[in-house]
Design a protein around this ligand. Structure first.
Ligand code: DSN
Length: 413
């Protein structure tokens, strides 16, 4: 994208952006929640749409001059409905946590009980972290993975739900490699009279790409970010059954937000348009194949993968359990050579969140760069050899060169 004006008027920021572009080109991005958007998505974001205020919804705005903005939002809504088969869509949430805050506000009163996936086993901050609005304002009852299988045990979820009779059941995750049984979750919610809420932020692209089952037909409300596997701009949206539409819209605006970011909503529409194309299904399929190949390559090298594998785009490696290296040490060494990953708790982790036993690896970004299964073997080899020399600066610098040479063969979109 041309940045000739920025280069002239603000070379300091221009240089920072160029440096980040270089970092992205020369490194390997394995953070499961990250991806590279298309040039079209980037272009839509950098437009005059950012100049407009448009509180309200299409046809019902508080400021004048929104006849064009209405078209953008309508296209984004129509494409999202088509992509997920949703009855109602609100595309205004600025990001995942504000979207989830709006869902809580729409469906609950402060203090109400919510069943959510335990944070240290794969849940998300907005699913009940004690310092997050969710944990501060609501009574969170966690469900866990089974110690042996490291998978969510649905009979146990049902048992807890029956006992606790929570007002809402939240199904969703940010660090779990197995497919969720959406249907069973919604059946349990119905049985206990709870509203069902799915947060599909991590797997939305795999669902849109028809590789994983969708909760949309079963759940009352579904939220997702629009970046991650969906490969759109940073942002979010909420889908729901018609009966919750009014409450959700009111909670987003004026409940949680003021004016939507219309340039971002245009980019969401572009990304949804891309995801509706058959190529996106191929992309989603390859993301999963790559994650499975990478998980196998790591296991072949003696790393323990939580639950033994993956059904989606990510998996957790128990670094400390299998190699005696902490997640923090692994993250630091890999960062040194240009491989981005994040430290992560593993289920029933004996270590602390800031220096946990595990790391989380994901393949959405590498797959966008057109890597396939055989490339995952090379990625695993680069990671393994880096971790073996993690305390040797000179050898790490050599690994840095190898990572760079390999990465630049796969251009960014
Ligand atoms: N921070 C995101 C992730 O990495 O999973 C979730 O919001």
């Amino acid at each position: 994208m041309s940045m000739s004006n920025l280069q002239k008027t603000d070379p300091a920021i221009y240089d920072i952006i160029k440096a980040e572009e270089k970092r992205q080109k020369e490194g390997l991005e394995l953070i499961a929640s990250e991806n590279y958007v298309s040039q079209s998505v980037l272009e839509a974001m950098g437009t005059v749409l950012t100049n407009k205020y448009s509180e309200g919804y299409p046809g019902r705005r508080y400021y004048g001059g929104n006849e064009i903005i209405d078209q953008v939002e309508d296209v984004a809504i129509d494409r999202a409905k088509k992509l997920f088969g949703a009855e109602h869509v609100n595309v205004q949430p600025l990001s995942g946590s504000p979207a989830n805050l709006a869902v809580y506000m729409a469906l609950l009163k402060p203090g109400d009980k919510v069943l959510g996936f335990s944070l240290d086993q794969g849940g998300h901050l907005s699913h009940g972290h004690p310092l997050n609005f969710s944990g501060l304002l609501y009574t969170i009852v966690p469900y866990f993975v089974d110690k042996k299988t490291e998978r969510v045990d649905m009979d146990e979820v049902e048992k807890i739900a029956m006992k606790e009779k929570s007002k809402m059941i939240l199904a969703g995750f940010s660090a779990y490699s197995r497919d969720f049984d959406w249907k069973r979750f919604s059946e349990i919610a119905k049985k206990v009279g709870a509203v069902s809420f799915a947060d599909i932020a991590h797997v939305a692209g795999l669902i849109a790409g028809k590789q994983l089952e969708s909760p949309v037909p079963y759940f009352d409300v579904v939220s997702t970010t629009t970046h991650k596997t969906l490969r759109g701009p940073r942002g979010a949206m909420i889908m729901c059954k018609e009966e919750y539409a009014k409450a959700i819209d009111r909670a987003v605006f004026p409940g949680v937000q003021g004016g939507p970011h219309d340039h971002i909503n245009a980019a969401k529409a572009v990304a949804f348009g891309e995801a509706l194309k058959p190529e996106f299904q191929e992309y989603a399929k390859q993301v999963i194949k790559n994650a499975q190949a990478l998980s196998k390559s790591m296991q072949d090298r003696g790393y323990r993968v939580v639950s033994g594998g993956t059904d989606n785009h990510l998996f957790l490696v128990d670094m400390f359990g299998s190699k005696g290296i902490t997640g923090k040490e692994a993250e630091k060494a890999l960062e040194h050579v240009g491989i981005s990953i994040n430290k992560n708790m593993v289920p029933y982790d004996p270590r602390k969140p800031l220096d946990p036993s595990g790391i989380r690896l994901g393949t959405p970004a590498l797959t966008t760069r057109k890597m396939v299964e055989m490339d995952m073997e090379i990625v695993a080899d680069l990671m393994d050899r880096t971790l073996m020399v993690k305390d040797d600066e000179e050898k790490l610098n050599q690994m840095r060169n190898e990572v760079r040479e390999f990465s630049v063969k796969f251009p960014l979109p």
